[in-house]
Ligand binder design. Sequence first.
Ligand code: FES
Ligand code: FE2
Length: 370
Amino acid sequence: MTNDAALMTSWLSDPGSPAHGLPASAYTDDAFWQAECDTVLSQNWVCVGFVHELKNAGDAVPVTVAGKPLLLVCNGEGEIAAFHNVCRHRCLTLVDEPKNVGKLIRCPYHAWAYDLNGNLRASPHFGGMKDNRPEGFDPADNGLKPVRIAVWHDWIFVNLQGNAPAFEDYAAPLINRLEGMDFSRVEPVASLDFGEIATNWKFIMENFIEPYHVQFVHSTTTDQPLGDHYTIVDGVCLGSAVDLKREIGTSGSLGVSSRYLTLFPNFILGRYFPDQLGVYLNIPLGAGKTAQRRALYTTEGQTLSDADVEGLKKLWWDVHKEDHEMCERLQLGRASPVADDGGLLSPHWEDSVRAFQELVVRNVAGFQEQ
Ligand code: FES
Ligand SMILES: [Fe+2]
């Protein structure tokens, strides 16, 4: 916990009525961000990538988790592994952009090379000319350092500290809510890369799980009346949903029954009936910086025309840009002393936000969760 410990403890024990949001420092303070890296983002299952981007042997995708460089690698034996993306010689980062590395991950500095399972295969001239193995140096002890990984359908998660429950147990509240979904028919059709957004990762999550803003922020992109929405608060699965009595979407807008579900801390899944799914990859990069990508899926195995795909991409690009603008302004507002009390949360529409924030504080404070 940071030197804000007393502040956070009193926030937790006295929500107020209506409840207050997290104090501004939880979104702006580097010490709080560091505490999140050591707890929230290291002790839980954090989403880091998409299986469909790692289909071929040698496909490698670098990703940052809790400020640490990691590497996802497809080993060609039907498995994806996660490693610390750091050479064991001088600790250079090994791969700095998504690419196919072939059979070996070769460090650009002194050409040490690792196979796709992380074993060190070459350390040229390390002991002198033509001496690759000086005394006391065993390549078997100097492979890439693995990170605990779980693959669930198209989504890849890592648990840096290795101490989270088994993924299927951890994610049960989310998995249960997707019962009846035929994942074998879920197909990726497009992806969107939003790059870096000037906001704390928690604002992205909070925005997704409260329906209060939808009809105001998305008035031109969605037709989902506020009154048809409700929130979902179920342990590490927080979200909101809308059950429309009839589909009212017009061309280029979203007016369908939907489920907006998250898995703490950073996984976001949107299910849009009858046949769409969207998953966001949110990568927290610092107190005020988050990268986001989104993969779009069909859920019934249907084939979409190029025009359909372009229409979907445009719709979701526009919707997310509307959200990002609000999230960036939430961040800017935290520079004001007015935000020290965290603002107010609707007891009806934002109980999910409060529950999310309590999970964060309990994790950071080291409290036993749930
Ligand atoms: S730092 Fe990688 S080979 Fe030297
Ligand atoms: Fe939104």
